[in-house]
Write a protein that binds this ligand. Structure first.
Ligand code: NAP
Length: 444
């Protein structure tokens, strides 16, 4: 019986490494691994051993016989992938390289700034070396970053990744320093004196502002801030008042990525109770940024109607078939609905003090009780080479590569940065004591 990877796939490829018959692709190092929306199991080669299920940190892999009806498209998605990329050679591949060992004797102390997925995958990679101990500093009193405060509350399988992070933190040599903010409770200079290396895993700054007139009005907020509020982030408690008018009302979500879909589901759910959420893509349906696994999830919602206001593509891909299914649905009066509308750039947020609607490119005004901007994250690129900002100072995660990818994308990313860091430890260039060039590095 073949297994199937479903919506919560985090792409960290633990399953790929566990598979004894090399039937999960794309694998790390193969073309498309870093950009694929998920990994896929080849039903014809899968021997049904279940090793991948045990390895998966997010409960994404289920036996084909136990798929719910709304999960069936994942069978077709996998078949579609192998039609294009047959991966004909199924010789078991030792994807796990021999464990590298440090040449220089330790002990080495590494500080990781940020206890989100990127920081914790980096800690896991470093702790493969018994000479290395890791302190993970976190501004908040609770760890797990985006996995705790950014993952949509209804993505319960994805949230299971916290169990992996707890296992990482339970390893010898790991220590949390929670409630410690660099720049407030500890200086960069102190860190650089106390540790052999510092890894910044601070993510992307915040929701990208809408950047149109009226975007500063009350009742305009960002998609990441909304997710954080719903997950109890201490910095977002004040949003509750802003959200009240959305109860029973209409919300406009600007942007057509996965954060927009997360926001739409949340807003139509019991926590906010919007009657209608209109997701506005500034370009066409073909240009939409949401992934097909998330589209499968949206199409499978039973508590809300999904209305597609665009002509779906005619081709036979799974994505197009899903879109055609949505386009053919008729909404039920009285049910909450998510409307997907395209070619609708927002030029202004309208309202005297609180938002009343958005003006669109054609000059029309779409009335709204709340506007959520889901147009990506603000991010300042950091100059680095394979994760090295300079010897002794490194970067991982969104702070390194920008706000893209899935939770598990951080695993391969952390492996690259840690490999660079180990090179420097072995080369003697990162170890204490050393002069710190003034005025350089993150946090100064
Ligand atoms: P995203 O995928 O980059 O999508 C951003 C959307 O905003 C695009 O539709 C983009 O349209 C639009 N946009 C950008 N600037 C705009 C502007 N000035 N005005 C109007 N629209 C604008 O970003 P995201 O949704 O924040 O997601 C970030 C990353 O996290 C992605 O890799 C995503 O897959 C991942 N993520 C994954 C999940 C999941 O797997 N469940 C959940 C959340 C996030 P254009 O194409 O026209 O620029």
């Amino acid at each position: 019986m073949a297994y199937v990877v479903t919506q919560s796939c985090c792409s960290d490829a633990s399953c790929v490494v566990a598979c004894p018959v090399n039937c999960i692709h794309p694998a790390p190092g193969e073309p498309g691994f870093a950009t694929a929306e998920m990994v896929y199991i080849d039903a014809d080669s899968c021997v049904g051993c279940g090793a991948c299920v045990t390895a998966c940190p997010v409960g994404a892999i289920v036996p084909g016989s136990r798929l719910r009806p709304d999960q069936q498209p994942f069978v077709a998605l996998a078949a579609e992938y192998y039609e294009v990329f047959p991966h004909a050679d199924r010789t078991p591949v030792a994807l796990v390289p021999p464990q590298r060992r440090l040449v220089r004797p330790g002990p080495f102390r590494v500080a990781i700034v940020g206890a989100g997925p990127a920081g914790l995958y980096a800690a896991d990679e470093l702790l493969k070396h018994p000479e290395v101990s890791v302190d993970v500093l976190e501004r908040l009193d609770v760890p797990h970053g985006l996995a705790r405060h950014g993952v949509a509350a209804d993505h319960t399988e994805t949230r299971e990744v916290s169990q992996l992070f707890e296992q990482i933190a339970a390893q010898p040599g790991f220590r949390y320093r929670l409630g410690v903010e660099v720049g407030r409770d500890v200086t960069v200079e102190e860190l650089e004196t106390d540790y052999d290396a510092i890894v910044y895993a601070v993510g992307a700054a915040a929701d990208r502002p809408l950047g149109v007139p009226g975007a500063e009005l009350s009742g305009v907020l960002g998609g990441a801030a909304l997710a954080e509020w719903s997950n109890g982030h201490p910095d977002r408690r004040s949003l509750a008042g802003d959200l009240e008018p959305a109860d029973g009302g209409r919300v406009v979500v600007v942007g057509a990525g996965n954060v927009a879909l997360d926001a739409a589901r949340l807003l139509t759910g019991p926590l906010v109770g919007a009657r209608e959420v209109v997701v506005l893509g500034r370009r066409s349906l073909a240009d939409s940024a949401f992934t097909t696994p998330e589209l499968v999830g949206l199409a499978g919602l039973s508590s809300v109607d999904v209305v597609l206001e665009a002509a779906p593509p005619p081709d036979g891909s799974v994505r197009s078939r899903l879109l055609r299914d949505l386009a053919g649905r008729r909404p039920t009066p009285g049910r909450p609905r998510i409307v997907l509308r395209f070619d609708s750039p927002v030029t202004e947020v309208v309202g005297p003090d609180r938002v009343r609607g958005v003006r669109l490119g054609d000059g029309s005004v779409l009335e709204a009780d709340l506007v959520v901007g889901a147009i990506g994250q603000d991010w300042t690129p950091v100059a680095h080479e394979r994760g090295r900002i300079r010897p002794g100072v490194y970067v991982v995660g969104w702070a390194k590569r920008g706000p893209t990818g899935f939770l598990g994308t951080n695993k391969a990313d952390a492996e690259e940065t840690v490999s660079t860091l180990l090179d420097d430890l072995d080369g003697g260039v990162a170890a204490r004591p050393r002069a710190v060039p003034a005025g350089r590095g993150i946090g100064r």
